[in-house]
Ligand binder design. Structure first.
Ligand code: NOJ
Ligand code: NOJ
Ligand code: CA
Length: 724
């Protein structure tokens, strides 16, 4: 039976319902029309993200291929130079992406990058990680006049095809120091600073990092990566430039941000960046924090940052395991172990962004040297498309693009073939992500496992998806399988695309329903699902998870009903901006700071949904750098933390995961410690410093609480001495 959620998708463009043919016709008119958000999937958890190197994807305009530009390679072969791709080309290929089921595109930065060759090498910043202007686009991706029109046209076309736009944003640095443009940063063409002028410590001039410094909290935030002029985000001008930069991108229709190198950007400042983005406009933000596994020295810092900053992260620990399990013959028990650990470690697991490879890693097919590499790729793709979290597919994967280390992993898009198995696998599982909430919001549970066979279940209320992957070269008999799929026969959702089988769920048993024995063919993927319609409100997620009163949040799930009901934060009713069965936009009400249970009640119903714990800040965040002089003595492993009277300051918690810190010190500042913290703007706050010893013993500083009034905007500094 076809329920409402399985109806063939229709599209809305500027308020009109259109058939596929009508839609194609409408797309010929590009540019000025208002964007109809209804065409986009509700929230972010149902999305399939596609990561694109704009320069390498498709050349849509030769007018921006500058033959005499030493940064451009007209032979199209030097992977360290611009090769001609642009937003005109990406726009032209949106039908291809739409056909594959892509619902969000992460593009390399559109911002103007370094113009000059750096003396030390002949590379061009085709990757966008060498910002030169915070508000003007790059001429290689747009036009010689550096107008925003090509980018705007791309965004409009993406939106009207149900595709969100996520841009890469690198607030850590401008461009390479000491040569080339020497770190020059402009604001819409107006010079602000370069590495030599360095007004008011605009840049941090630390040495390049090496060795263990990559995993040391002080050096990783304050030193330099690859000679890229390191921006000091606590300089008031830099803070303002970067925040205006993201705001400007939002006015060009950007729906989300991938923040580059979050491990290297002042951690506390990034809470204020995220809050600034969410305050301006609905968004989704995820960052890059490289940590191969939970044994990384900064793993605890990664968890705290991901759980509290408002920035979800690319799931590097899971990536490492996907790479070894699917690509190098590892055991599924390792993969299941990471899934279980992350369930405990991360507060917002459904927001983690999962991937099988990216622009900084060898491509999957190059890692996997076996004869079955493509089958293994299909299995890895099926896993990220159905595992807890949001899948992100690196461009060209669906065309079986190979590539070793940078820049070989950034080759030109080889073809736009819509018949590959990978293309169709992504397409089908994207449809399922759009339809079945188990993938977006569900729990995850292993149901049957050995080294080469993994059967796992995703479940959100009565919406269930079960995935069975056999990556062995031999078939696997499965008996004793128990799932939550009610009694019945389930055909393979992939209709045999990767040798999937049917499942017969036959007997009710403890913990679910027992399936009849089945055999999974060699290198097969089977997907079984049920998605009954519901008339009760089932709350899946809230984005963002932290914000002050007045900020609009997206509340997603299913069964909210068509008619406007009510949303409460605790007992306080929120104002509703829009309401649909799967997404509500509501405003954080004027409640006191703290954690509130958000619930949804359908129109005419007396029953509230399940709750989502939302953190209400006291006010918009501003970055304030706290220094505590002459703090209590510490031995290696002991640390100083800050705690205080608001949720931003940990509400007097002495738990390391909740109090602010650990603070930073160096041999030259010790026993003085400092840390930049996102605090509510324009408020009187009370706080104290505590020492938490390696063994967990907590020592409070004596005396009265410190009291300061935070700046209403901009940046601030607080300097106090430990009270003995
Ligand atoms: C990480 C990016 O992903 C990488 O490609 C880039 O070179 C560095 N950050 C510096 O921006
Ligand atoms: C308990 C601490 O012992 C004290 O020093 C601190 O001032 C209060 N928490 C917060 O008011
Ligand atoms: Ca071009």
């Amino acid at each position: 039976m076809l329920n409402t959620k399985e109806r063939a998708p229709t599209e809305r463009v500027n308020g009109c319902r259109l058939s596929a043919i009508g839609l194609a016709a409408a797309l010929v008119v590009i540019g000025t029309g208002a964007v109809d958000a209804q065409a986009l999937r509700p929230g972010y958890n149902r999305d399939v993200i596609y990561q694109v190197f704009v320069d390498r994807f498709f050349d849509g305009s030769t007018a921006n291929n500058y033959a005499s530009d030493p940064l451009f390679d007209s032979t199209g072969t030097n992977l360290q130079k611009y090769l001609g791709g642009d937003f005109q080309g990406l726009q032209a290929k949106i039908p291809y992406l739409k056909n594959m089921g892509v619902t969000a595109i992460w593009v390399t930065s559109p911002l103007d990058n370094r113009n000059l060759l750096a003396l030390a090498g002949s590379t061009a910043p085709y990757h966008g990680y060498e910002m030169r202007d915070t508000e003007r686009p790059d001429e290689h991706f747009t036009d010689a006049a550096q107008s925003w029109t090509p980018f705007d046209n791309f965004v409009t076309t993406a939106h009207s095809n149900g595709i969100k736009v996520i841009v890469d944003f690198a607030p850590n640095h401008s461009n390479v120091r000491g040569s080339g443009d020497n770190g020059t940063l402009n604001k819409n063409g107006v010079f602000q600073a370069n590495y030599t002028t360095n007004p008011a410590n605009f840049f941090q001039t630390g040495p390049n990092m090496g060795g263990a410094q990559w995993d040391s909290p002080y050096e990783t935030q304050y030193y330099t990566i690859y000679d890229l002029s390191d921006l000091n985000q606590t300089n008031a001008t830099v803070d303002n430039l970067l925040k205006l930069s993201v705001q400007n991108l939002q006015t060009h229709g950007v729906d989300g941000f991938r923040i580059d190198a979050t491990k290297h950007v002042n951690w506390g400042w990034q809470y204020t960046l995220a809050n600034h983005i969410y305050t301006n406009k609905k968004s989704f933000i995820f960052g890059e924090w490289v940590a191969d596994d939970s044994g990384n020295p900064l793993y605890g810092d990664l968890l705290k940052f991901t759980n509290k900053s408002g920035i979800a992260e690319l799931n590097f620990p899971l990536f490492t395991t996907i790479n070894s399990v699917f690509g190098q013959g590892g055991s599924f028990t390792a993969l299941d172990g990471v899934i279980n650990q992350q369930q405990t470690d991360f507060a917002y697991q459904n927001d983690l962004v999962n991937f099988v490879d990216n622009h900084d890693r060898k491509r999957f097919l190059t890692v996997d040297t076996s004869a079955q590499d493509q089958q293994h790729l299909h299995a890895a793709l099926a896993f990220v498309l159905t595992a807890r979290g949001i899948p992100c597919i690196y461009y060209g994967t669906e065309q079986y693009l190979q590539g070793g280390d940078d820049p070989d992993n950034r080759r030109k898009m080889p073809a736009f073939n819509e018949t590959t198995t990978a293309f169709n696998l992504i397409k089908k599982l994207s449809t399922l992500r759009g339809a079945n909430e188990a993938l977006a919001y569900g729990s995850t549970q292993q149901r049957w496992i050995n080294a080469n066979t993994y059967i796992f279940e995703r479940k959100f209320y009565n919406s269930v998806v079960v995935v069975a992957i056999n990556k062995a070269n031999a078939s696997q008999a499965v008996s004793g399988l128990v799932t939550s799929l009610p009694i019945g026969t389930y055909s393979d959702y992939l209709t045999g695309l990767v040798s999937g089988q049917s499942l017969v769920s036959s007997t009710a048993v403890a913990g679910g329903f027992q399936a009849a024995s089945l055999t999974l063919p060699a290198n097969s993927i089977s997907v079984w699902q049920t998605d009954p319609s519901t008339s009760s409100a089932q709350l899946g997620n809230v984005t963002p998870t932290h914000a002050q009163p007045g900020v609009k949040v997206s509340i997603t799930g299913q069964g909210f009903g068509a008619a406007t009901g009510s949303v409460k934060f605790g007992t306080t009713v929120a104002t509703i901006t829009s309401w649909s069965d799967q997404e509500i936009i509501a405003t954080v009400p004027a409640v006191t700071q703290g954690t509130y249970a958000v619930t949804v009640t359908r129109s005419g119903s007396g029953t509230a949904s399940n709750a989502f714990n939302f953190n209400v800040y006291q006010a918009k965040l501003v970055p304030v750098t706290f220094t505590i002089n002459n703090a209590a003595p510490t031995n290696p492993g002991d640390n100083i933390y800050l705690t205080g009277n608001t949720i931003e300051l940990g509400n007097w918690s002495t738990n390391k995961a909740v109090a602010v810190g650990a603070m930073l010190t160096t041999p030259t500042t010790y026993p003085n410690w400092w840390l930049t913290v996102g605090v509510p703007a324009g408020k009187s706050i009370e706080f104290k410093f505590i020492r938490i010893k390696a063994d967990g013993t907590v020592t409070w500083e004596a005396g009265a609480n410190h009291v300061v009034t935070t700046p209403a905007s901009g940046v601030g500094n607080v300097n106090v001495t430990w009270q003995y």
